[in-house]
Design a protein around this ligand. Sequence first.
Ligand code: PRT
Ligand code: ZN
Length: 303
Amino acid sequence: MSASQAAPARDRLRIAIQKNGRLAEPARNLLSACGLSWRESRDKLFCYGESLPVDLLLVRDDDIPGLIADGVCDLGIVGRNELDEQGAARVQRGLKPAFQALRGLGFGACRLMLAVPEEWDWQGPQQLAGTRIATSYPAILKDWLDARDIQAQVVELSGSVEIAPRLGTADLICDLVSSGGTLRANQLKPVETLLDSEAVLAGAVIAPDDARGALLAMLLRRLDGVVQVQDRKLLMFRAEPANVAALEKLLADAEPLVRLPADDGAPRLQTMCPGPLSWQRMEELERAGAQGLMVLSVERSLA
Ligand code: PRT
Ligand code: ZN
């Protein structure tokens, strides 16, 4: 079934996530944080939603874009690299886009990069003309090469891309990199970034217009309430009015200070900080007059 055909009306939402692998656990944890829970099925390929009519399908990440395109699942949690690759491949085959990234989820960060043997003296992409590039991301790579008018041979491999130059099946590679350890272990060095990736919530280009639409909207709102605050810290302290200006300067990256109702002692203040607060920073604030500093993690919010 193509995405343009109307999918049969359903009143339960279906989300595909990776069964095993890097994104499996964080995806599940995120959905649990959104208030979803499931009755596990024995084969664990399908988990029936208990708290809400939202079921899980546990699959290989490669299958997730196709499941959305075919209307089997409404949503999926998948790397942007996988989604973009299958999206680019569809367009190259003359098909219409059928899925899209709805939200970045802040985990599974990696980059799709070109990496060359360490001994290469890298001058820039023009050096790629006439080379053979091994990759599991042929469609993204083709688009990138075409956009730069570079004629190179794309060698598609489904795995172990990093050993291709040593085996002589390619001159360089285009692969995912996170720490860079795998490249170093294979005497390769990263030279160009094609894509900055992270896990995304993907959905159909045409959103469902039955009961699932309202569920989807609610889930997105909850997801934003978890993802957008996940690194934030609520900072609380007391300070004499004379010290507030100096403290505000030290907290320039935070939201404006809020003064809480007065009680005995120095006025109580609070603010939301965008990222973690180191001990060093807390001690700095203390020296500037903040008393009884407290840092609280923010679990969720409703805008
Ligand atoms: O079985 P299934 O098909 O579902 O899983 P998979 O083996 O295809 O995928 P999996 O679990 O390895 O990765 C799922 C997703 O995690 C990817 O599509 C990316 O979006 C994301 N991700 C984040 C990564 C990495 N980081 C990563 N480092 N995927 C793969 N890698 C590879 C990298 O290419 C290298 O070979 O891990 C190796 C170690 O990387 P370094 O740079 O830390 O050495
Ligand atoms: Zn895979």
